[in-house]
Design a protein around this ligand. Structure first.
Ligand SMILES: *Cc1c(COP(=O)(O)O)cnc(C)c1O
Length: 816
């Protein structure tokens, strides 16, 4: 007998002992009386111990080698559950399962108790979480910096078809993954005034006298890479008042006033802004942004000075990546710290700032490009406003010196927008203050160069580059779909787990093996049955796992065009009723997604989905050929259940609007076929997978741009040319799906004709035709499953390991 089983038994026993010890001494419970939640905590703490060992080793190594550090600043980290993530990356998942079975505790049941850490809205926050995991896997010395929101993204309930937002309390039972660092505290100041003083040598120095100061306290979560490769730190900041209670005021009898100050300070890390791709533009948001940026920069400068005698080599030892414009105040804050606190000359500080910072842009939507009114900036961050003016003055002077006097050019590249009241353009600030500005897919990057940053791009033609997004396969394949993962290991060997980018392609020949295709379809059916059960449990709707699962799950946004999918749903419903004899492919249309609380139109679209679902699901003439399901509270865990069960992935945004998309990659990895527009990373998926294995339709981004320029979105001509579209719109408008309130959708439908900004009508017929191609292929299972296997085989390039390697090589210079 080999030693392997013995070693394994010992590991199982050791893990069991560790869990029992945690349960007794850390949780304080007797195994006899422990609740499931106590077990969860004990298991998490036992797993965390394993990470801590690696963590300290890794940290010591970074110090010893004086390795360059990467700082990833993001206002959002959409983490999800961590138990399986940690156990699986530590190679302990099966061991833990066995250890717990020995104690009569079902690990799978315990897993479901962990709340989703939803410190983000959608794709941008999830990208940050994937990147953290990939950086640990690749051995990059990385620190994530963000805010430890007490309440993550709201919980979505659907009541009578309408979205209701409920407070998310992910910290109610504590968080076993984090370490509070009560000693890591930085002061963060706001308001007040700036005084010019002169130092001994007569040099003018600006002194900021803030009106208000709060404390940032660090909370660290270890992030372990695949096979425990290395462990990095996600450091999240919590806001605390300088003094817990204003004792003087309290003693003077002002009990409310005494706590009001505390409440104001702590509101900074109270709740995540639930707006996705649209700017709330509120004062608290700017306070949040500055709070976490300042704490993070103070922290990393301190770390640098612990290791180096000077800040002059900062750019050689640190790379700071700004995830979107949210942290872009970092440009002014780093300048302030270098010039005012560390007394570097302006030009030196500027060079260091530009050489250290890099900026990722995530959206071209004009309403999502952050600007702050000069008035607010002067009130909240007076010294930063001075610095921004100065950066702008030097910048404009330099251009004039180069002979650029064109008023339109200067206006376009200025940091100050003069048109709508004076506002600071944070995107331009981030651009100027960074040596690299990247988009997140080929098309998005191209459009950045020709639209939002066209003038800046002409001045700095080297600065814009592309880094197409990716996803971590550990969470999105190995954890989300163990049966498929096992199939891949059997077919390709275990090395596919370590380097899927290299080995997944070897799956291609299996697409032609009928037995493999059959097994592939079988594992999908397994996931579909599980999802059907979940739908039954949560919504009481019965769906047939053999039907095509046609899925659109993502934030609800007009540009993502859930409305287009709903119009198709209604068209299909009407067609099935009109031609019951036709050989329709049975389908389940599955929707999920949250709408920003203040986004009226998006919430109405949720209601429409639910209204359509009620009518379709209760119409006996449809004979179960069509079911419509809206699953509430979309989050990472729900995504992990839905995506492996999808046959068809809906990626149908108006071309030019989706910067990248990442759920498109998740679906493709599981072998779902994509119906989509040539938008975001769909374009690259098309190149990798082959257009013949996807269903591409619709206007291209150039055609969309042309329509936008002409001011005619072509809704009325599209409706005039399509009796089908016209019927659908009339039915919705006329109250067929809202008999209780027949006028509910009149406004929604009538707004399309003059101003169909997202070209729902213009693309409708092409979408309908593409859906017929889908149906045709579905009726040919051999070809369908062949394409499905090829989708999985060709998705390796979309690993976030590839993306991170590109960042590390081309932006951070952080490859060992
Ligand atoms: C991947 C993911 C997203 C991003 O989805 P897109 O369709 O690319 O917008 C959003 N939310 C969750 C929970 C995700 O897992």
């Amino acid at each position: 007998m080999s030693q392997e089983p013995l070693a394994r038994d010992a590991q199982v026993a050791a893990f069991r002992t560790a869990v029992l010890e945690k349960l007794t001494y850390a949780v304080g419970k007797d195994p006899e009386h422990a609740f499931d939640h106590d077990w969860f905590e004990a298991i998490a703490l036992a797993a965390r111990d394993h990470m801590v060992d690696h963590w300290m080793d890794h940290t010591r190594q970074i110090y010893r080698k004086s390795q360059k550090r990467v700082y990833y600043l993001s206002l959002e980290f959409l983490i999800g559950r961590l138990l399986y993530d940690s156990l699986s990356n530590l190679g302990l998942l099966d061991i833990a399962r066995e250890a717990m079975t020995g104690l009569d505790v079902d690990l799978e049941r315990i897993r479901l108790l962990e709340p989703d850490a939803a410190l983000g809205n959608g794709g941008l926050g999830r990208l940050a979480a994937c990147f953290m995991e990939s950086m640990s896997t690749l051995g990059i010395a990385a620190h994530g910096y963000g805010i430890r929101y007490e309440h993550g993204l709201f919980r979505q309930a659907v009541v009578d078809g309408w979205q209701q937002e409920q407070t998310e309390n992910w910290l109610d039972f504590g968080n076993p993954w984090e370490f509070e660092r009560a000693e890591v505290i930085y002061p963060i100041s706001f308001g007040g005034s700036v005084e010019t003083r002169h130092d001994e040598s007569g040099q003018p120095r600006q002194v900021w006298w803030p009106a208000e100061t709060v404390r940032a306290v660090a909370y660290d979560t270890p992030v372990v890479g695949w096979r425990g490769a290395s462990v990095n730190t996600l450091r999240l900041w919590r806001a605390r008042a300088l003094e817990e209670l204003h004792l003087e005021r309290f003693n003077a009898g002002d009990h409310l006033g005494a706590v009001a100050e505390v409440a104001r300070a702590e509101s900074i890390s109270r709740v995540l802004y639930p707006a996705d791709s649209t700017e709330a533009g509120q004062e608290l948001r700017l306070r949040q942004e500055y709070f976490f940026v300042s704490a993070s920069l103070q922290d990393l400068l301190r770390r640098h000075l612990n290791m180096n005698p000077t800040l002059l080599n900062l750019h050689e030892k640190a790379a700071i990546q700004l995830n979107d414009t949210h942290p872009s105040i970092a440009v002014a804050e780093l300048m302030r710290l270098l010039v005012d606190q560390h007394e570097l000359p302006w030009d030196t500080a500027w060079q260091l700032t530009v050489d250290t910072l890099a900026y990722t842009n995530h959206t071209l939507l004009p309403e999502a490009l952050e600007t702050w009114s000069v008035g607010l900036m002067e009130r909240m961050l007076p010294r930063h406003m001075q610095i921004i003016y100065l950066i702008n003055a030097f910048h404009i002077d330099a251009l004039r010196a180069k002979g650029i006097h064109d008023f339109d050019v200067l206006r376009a590249v200025s940091l100050i927008e003069e048109d709508n009241g004076r506002r600071v353009r944070m995107g331009n600030l981030a651009f100027l203050g960074s040596h690299s500005v990247n988009g997140v897919s080929g098309l998005h990057t191209k459009l950045m160069r020709s639209t939002v940053f066209a003038e800046l791009h002409k001045l700095y033609p080297e600065r814009i580059n592309n880094k197409t997004n990716g996803i971590t396969f550990r969470r999105w394949l190995y954890q989300a779909n163990p049966p498929l993962t096992r199939m891949l290991v059997e077919a390709l060997g275990p090395e596919v787990l370590d380097d899927p980018e290299k080995h997944l392609r070897r799956l291609e020949p299996f697409a032609d093996k009928p037995a493999f295709r059959k097994a592939f379809a079988q594992q999908r059916l397994h996931s579909k049955k599980a999802l059907a059960n979940l739908i039954q449990e949560r919504l009481g709707i019965t769906v047939d796992p053999e039907a095509m699962f046609d899925v659109q799950v993502k934030r609800i946004h007009e540009y993502k065009r859930q409305l287009l999918n709903l119009l198709h749903t209604v068209a299909l419903y009407q067609a099935i009723r009109a031609e019951p004899g036709t050989h329709w492919a049975p389908r389940v249309k599955i929707f999920a997604g949250k709408a920003a609380a203040s986004y009226h139109q998006a919430k109405l679209i949720i209601k429409l989905a639910n209204d359509i679902a009620r009518v379709v699901n209760n119409d006996p003439t449809v004979r179960g050929l069509l079911k419509v399901v809206f699953l509430p509270n979309y989050n990472v865990s729900l995504a992990e259940s839905i995506i492996p069960a999808a046959d068809l992935s809906e990626q149908i945004s108006t071309a030019g609007y989706e910067a990248s998309g990442t759920s498109n990659m998740k679906f493709g990895l599981h072998g779902a076929l994509t119906i989509g527009t040539l938008d975001g990373a769909n374009v690259e998926m098309c190149e990798q997978v082959g257009a013949e294995h996807m269903f591409i339709f619709g206007l291209t981004s150039q055609q969309v741009e042309a329509r936008k320029r002409s001011g005619d979105f072509g809704a009325s001509s599209a409706i005039g040319a399509s009796y089908r579209l016209n019927d659908v719109l009339q039915a919705i408008r006329g109250g067929v799906f809202s008999p209780d309130d027949p006028a509910r959708y009149v406004g929604l439908i009538d707004s399309l004709v003059p101003y169909d900004r997202f070209l729902v009508c213009a693309d409708f017929d092409a979408y309908w035709e593409a859906q017929r191609r889908v149906e045709e292929l579905w009726h040919d299972p051999q070809q369908w499953w062949r394409s499905a296997v090829l989708n999985t085989a060709r998705m390796g390039w979309f690993s976030s390991d590839r993306t991170i390697r590109e960042y590390a090589g081309e932006i951070w210079n952080a490859l060992e």
